[in-house]
Write a protein that binds this ligand. Sequence first.
Ligand code: IMP
Ligand code: MG
Length: 171
Amino acid sequence: MPDFIPLISKEAIYARTREIGKQITMDYKGKDLILVGILKGAFIFMADLCRQISIDHDIDFIGASSYEGTSSTGQIVFTKQPDLEFKDRDILLVEDIVDTGATLCKIVEFVNLLNPKSVNICTLIDKHERRKRKIDVKYACFSLEKGFIVGYGLDYNEKYRNKPAIYDLKI
Ligand code: IMP
Ligand code: MG
């Protein structure tokens, strides 16, 4: 059984999500916002974040997968296309964690082909050590230097997404 070392409490996640939600509410006033969650990892963060944004907005999801175990395969596979029309709209991509940046790079490239008015990134965790691509993260709830974390949507081989807080995983 792996060790789960508590890293970010559910209270801290709630407080930060609330702050970021308020900021997004101010920044997107008068804009045509679509929150686009990146599946699967962002599903819980997305559900909490959208309820902290008090302006009207649409919700969509893009599915992308790159990980096996604790390292990226480097190959990004799209598992779900968006349902809504992105043309001339303000897209805010909602991610669980930015690691090398490869996944978001591919997704931003794809979204730009749909001619949106703007594309920005909001992530629960911005993890720095292995960054390979320059990614402009507009909103980050938490910063992390390194490690492999699970819980609150984040998985290890599809497990532990249901844990209510975030843990450092020691295998
Ligand atoms: P990137 O393409 O290297 O930036 O990887 C991003 C994706 O890898 C995220 O959307 C996660 O699904 C997964 N990932 C990266 N680091 C972690 C981690 O520490 N725990 C769980 N999943 C991770
Ligand atoms: Mg994952």
